[in-house]
Write a protein that binds this ligand. Sequence first.
Ligand code: AKG
Ligand code: FE2
Length: 196
Amino acid sequence: MKDLFGTPALPGLRSQSDVVTEAEEAALIDAIDAAGLSPFRFQGWEGKRLTTSFGLGYDFDRMRLEHADPLPPWLLPIRCRAAAFADRPAEDLVQALLIRYDPGAGIGWHRDRPAFEHVVGISLGAPAIMRFRRRRGDRFERVNVPLPPRGAYHLSGESRHVWEHSIAEMDRTRWSITFRSLSERGEAATRQGKRD
Ligand SMILES: O=C(O)CCC(=O)C(=O)O
Ligand SMILES: [Fe+2]
């Protein structure tokens, strides 16, 4: 269980290589491709990356959580693996987001929605760099973190709440599985039926 970094590159960020085997990676990629992905939608825009969610979705047109189909059986063992790596209970990781980034697709600067708390990602296919930045006066402080295929990363604390992250446009296809827990705010919204 070796961290990719001796010390975390950012407070709250951990990563680990070889969380899934090459054979598992191939099977997961096939399962993601068969899961009915569609272009990411944001406020009437369509992104190049293809996505689908289980457990809970997030509607970026209406900026609220929405219901989604339960996690399919093939995702449950991988959620256990992600939960063990992140030292979280598996059942807390209520959302599974599947993404396929074909050449030309990336993800712009953002922090994940406040309805979510822990973010645990698994990378498959082409290696990528997750870029982090935070504003320091009139400039940005920046940190780059490698996302090797079959590795996992966990964003919590500062790395999740303070820093923004992005992934540059890919030149080869990468797939990711992102598990998220709900924040207190997300739990409250869900209880009140507001699904914020
Ligand atoms: O593909 C990934 O590993 C990260 C995706 C991401 O940052 C997000 O969906 O919020
Ligand atoms: Fe994100």
